[in-house]
Design a protein around this ligand. Structure first.
Ligand code: F6R
Length: 593
């Protein structure tokens, strides 16, 4: 949540910051701002307003500078206003900061240290700038920042500049990510490696409670006791073209269409010939555990629900799936030998990090399944597996979800008796997705005709129920149609009261055993006025079914069956004229609890 970029060096800082913020806009996009040093006026100028980075780009296009920091916001404290947009300043304006995260004790700090200060914004962030200025009146700037940092509770990635020293950027972090990139040209500090593509050659991933002092040719790293630490450099290895839309109108559409390629990449990354290269220590640890606990949020949690079926049906391993934000503070009674799988596209989700910190206290074994292998959750777990989806820019997750399911299927398969050829069956899924996506026009027409109401339902049984939850989430998050996913047999126990003339009810049917039951449930809602849509596979189809997909190996069907629901959401949002890639109120990478 919130993206930050700072630069100091020989290039135009404004250019690097704005380009970086554009690439980080998925992290929040209700307002954007930056400050850059103006050599002529000998001061840092601040530009900030509500709205997208494109507005900031326009208003700052004449600006030239060698140093600056910028921010794209997802509001947590204080409404979406220009005053609440970052950067924020100390009382005299000397210190200017941008912040990603939440300072939980900001009110207490105000009451204790800043009773006389007057604040310009409603944010939790501004208090940090005020504190630094207060301490800097009687100690060095570095010590003033370190003293402030030690008072903060909560999460933060911070960049700080000082009007009196335009040759330095200070950075510190606790929980949200912060990376320091370097090249001969200068130093860039940012929330995501995407902002370093084409700018930095190498980067260091900052650990929690570390502090950086950056000058154009120098980076110094300290702990909060001001002791020097070593920097660990790794190569920036991002293909910028992956962050562009190419010929597609929206990132979401591009990413939906990339799904067959993602499945093929996963096959090639995880297999050498027919031998899988999943760490044998990981497989042994899972085998020896009594029960798997899958923890995740949102779409990743929905991938976990499908994962439960993979592990239980293929490998006979019992699984519980928990919502991360619930598990973190209400840990259920566990078996004596649990194994934990954390699923997170970003690898930075704060709710999941809260779980991981607890699990580590108990020394439980953990695996993170993620798209960002350098992320906090990947670095801190005992094991990590990459999902190889490539950068996912649209806020609504599509290809990462499929990739998460594919990797979970591979782990479960490796623990199983291997009664089928998973490589071949996944390849068939990839082909079936391509066949479906070849001509999406019938889906577009169907959506325009049927999804005209304020409410909708997805229903299914078994794995299809888990898909119904994800189909509903996708539709509501980008089209703003209120949609619920329901176990098909459960509607009649109350929720059927909501069915009205014309309410769309989409049934997902991929399991033969439950084909007829789900169809009966559809009859129940149709006789109360619902408009039904059936998504099914060739061998299960009946006359009049709406979306019929190729047959694939049954346990892998979720990877295919979800794709029509993604297209339904896409066309519904398109039909309403909404911003498909950046839906309202949302952001990707949720780094606040
Ligand atoms: C919805 C979506 C979210 C994320 C959730 C967890 O399309 O993407 O529900 O799945 O915020 O994020 P990660 O996977 O990064 O932990």
């Amino acid at each position: 949540m919130c993206g930050i970029v700072g630069y100091i060096g020989r290039s135009n800082a404004r250019e690097i910051i704005v380009t970086g913020l554009e690439r980080l806009e998925y992290r929040g996009y209700d307002s954007a701002g930056l400050t850059v040093f103006n050599d002529k006026k000998n001061t840092f100028d601040i530009f900030k307003d509500i709205g997208r980075v494109s507005i900031l780009k326009e208003t700052t296009k004449q600006v030239l500078s060698r140093v600056g920091i910028g921010h794209t916001r997802w509001a947590t404290h204080g409404k979406v206003t220009a005053l609440n947009a970052h950067p924020h300043t100390s009382s005299s304006g000397r210190f200017i900061i941008v912040h990603n995260g939440v300072i939980e004790n900001f009110q207490q700090l105000k009451d204790q240290y800043l009773k006389l200060a007057s604040f310009k914004s409603d944010t939790d962030t501004e208090v940090v700038a005020h504190l630094i200025e207060g301490f800097a009146s009687y100690m060095t700037v570095e010590n003033a920042i370190l003293t402030t940092l030690k008072l903060l509770h909560g999460s933060y990635a911070l960049l700080i500049v000082d009007q009196q020293d335009p040759d330095t950027i200070y950075a510190a972090k606790n929980k949200p990510p912060l990376l320091v990139g370097v090249s001969e040209d200068g130093v860039t500090i940012t929330s995501d490696v995407l902002a370093l593509a084409g700018v930095s050659k190498n980067y260091h991933v900052m650990e929690d409670k570390t502090f950086v002092v950056a000058k154009k040719d120098e980076v110094k790293l300290y702990n909060y006791d001001h002791e020097a630490l070593e920097l660990n450099w790794q190569k920036v290895n991002v293909d910028v073209t992956q962050t562009e839309k190419g010929n597609f109108d929206h990132f979401m559409l591009k990413e939906i269409n990339e799904q067959p390629g993602v499945i093929r990449r996963i096959i090639s990354e995880y297999f050498t010939g027919y031998k899988s290269n999943i760490d044998s220590r990981l497989l042994k640890t899972i085998k020896e555990s009594e029960r798997i606990y899958i923890l995740a949020a949102g779409t990743s949690m929905h991938a976990g629900l499908i994962g439960k079926y993979f592990f239980e049906k293929l490998a006979g391993k019992p699984v519980e799936v928990h919502i991360a934000s619930e598990f973190a503070y209400h840990m259920p009674l566990l078996v004596s030998k649990p194994f934990f799988i954390l699923i997170s596209q970003s690898g930075e989700t704060a709710d999941l990090r809260a779980c991981l910190l607890k699990l580590k206290q108990f020394k439980y074994q953990t695996l993170t399944v993620t798209n960002v292998i350098t992320s906090t959750l990947a670095r801190e777990a005992d094991f990590k597996l990459e999902i190889f989806a490539g950068p996912e820019i649209a806020v609504a997750s599509t290809k990462a979800y499929i990739a998460q399911m594919a990797v979970l299927a591979l782990i479960a398969y490796e623990l199983s008796a291997k009664l089928f050829d998973i490589k071949m069956e996944l390849a068939k899924v990839a082909q079936a997705i391509e066949n479906f996506l070849f001509d999406p026009t019938p889906i577009k027409a169907l959506v325009e005709k049927v999804f005209i109401k304020e409410h909708a339902f997805y229903i299914g049984r078994g794995m299809d129920y888990a898909l119904a939850l994800e189909g509903a989430l996708k539709l509501k998050e980008i089209s703003y149609i209120h949609t619920e996913g329901f176990a098909a047999g459960e509607l009649k126990h109350g929720t059927i009261a909501l069915i009205e003339e014309g309410t769309p009810v989409v049934a997902i049917i991929s399991e033969e055993e439950m084909n007829m039951n789900t169809r009966s449930n559809l009859h129940e809602v149709k006789s109360r006025g619902a408009v039904s849509i059936i998504i099914t596979m060739d061998s299960l189809k009946q006359k009049g079914d709406d979306i019929i997909l190729d047959d694939v190996y049954p346990i892998l069907a979720p990877l295919l069956m979800i794709v029509p629901t993604q297209m339904i959401a896409y066309f519904a949002a398109l039909d309403r004229g909404y911003d498909i890639d950046k839906p309202r109120n949302l952001a990707k990478s949720v780094t606040v609890e």
